[in-house]
Design a protein around this ligand. Structure first.
Ligand SMILES: Nc1ncnc2c1ncn2[C@@H]1O[C@H](COP(=O)(O)OP(=O)(O)O)[C@@H](O)[C@H]1O
Ligand SMILES: [Mg+2]
Length: 254
């Protein structure tokens, strides 16, 4: 099977420090690959280097066969990658619905100017997009909040909206950076269900940074364990559970 994403020997140096060193991974369609590791392990830096937010100092990133290492976030997004940010990235003054629409506009290339100018096709596609955004929100029981300002939501609700916005365009590759932080157990389960649906029904390849080890043990196909910028193990949840290096370096006992 052709990989959606291939990362080879990826490294990032910040002021002489290896935040990421020689990390490789492959992501196939429909696969959920979790990335775990203690704070400072380089998980977010890995996402930043893949999605163009930091420039890798070494290594290769291939999206559907296209070499994108060092390209801008915008160019990389054009190859079908979407990501969330650890600390959220909503537009606080926009409504929930408008925030989700920005995720759809990013995909279709439609823009607000066309809508403002009243171009008919733009207005029709705008209506379709609004219907689609509302449907996605209702899947997460967020429909009633569609017209609230993002800033007025709780932290957990904001995370959900961010995820809805990120998945709205049906991207082939999703990078989710600790999406469950601040969610209630119920919202966390709903979020995992959406993630599974994206992978299982739509064949989306998903890289998931997650702190809650039990969540990834139950929900990921494979797990990449990082510490101090490096990969210390990779395998199925079962293999990771039994890996000595993981037990020693990450879970703190052997
Ligand atoms: N923009 C940056 N400039 C300098 N150092 C950074 C930057 N981003 C991350 N780091 C450092 O890189 C290391 C890995 O950080 P990060 O990728 O955020 O880890 P994680 O997401 O696993 O907690 C840390 O030591 C962090 O301080
Ligand atoms: Mg992080």
């Amino acid at each position: 099977m052709i990989n959606l994403l291939e990362v080879e020997g990826l490294g990032v140096r910040f002021a002489g420090l290896d935040a990421l060193k020689d990390v490789s991974l492959n992501l196939a369609p429909g696969q959920i690959l979790a990335v775990i590791g203690p704070n400072g392990a380089g998980k977010t830096t890995l996402f930043n280097a893949i999605s163009g937010y930091v420039r890798p100092s070494t290594g290769q990133v291939r999206l559907k066969g296209h070499d994108v290492a060092g390209a801008s976030p915008h160019e990389i997004a054009r190859h079908g990658i979407r990501r969330t940010f650890q600390n959220g990235g909503l537009f606080p003054a926009l409504t929930v619905l408008e925030n989700v629409l920005t995720g759809l506009h990013a995909q279709t290339g439609g823009n607000f100017l066309d809508v403002l100018l009243g171009r008919r096709r733009a207005l029709e596609s705008e209506r379709e997009m609004i219907a689609r955004a509302r449907k996605l929100l209702s899947l997460m029981q967020m429909e009633k909040m569609a017209d609230m300002r993002a800033a007025d939501l709780s932290g957990g609700q904001q995370r959900i909206v961010e995820i809805v916005r990120t998945v709205a365009s049906d991207p082939p590759i999703l990078l989710l950076d600790e999406p469950a932080v601040g969610l209630s157990p119920l919202a966390r389960d709903q979020m995992m269900e959406i993630i599974h649906r994206m992978a299982g029904e739509k064949g989306v390849g998903i890289l998931l940074i997650e702190h809650a080890v039990e969540l990834v043990m139950a929900g990921a196909d494979r797990i990449l364990v990082m510490a101090a910028g490096q990969r210390i193990a990779e395998g199925t949840p079962q293999e990771i559970r039994e890996d000595r290096a993981v037990l020693e370096a990450y879970l703190g006992h052997a």
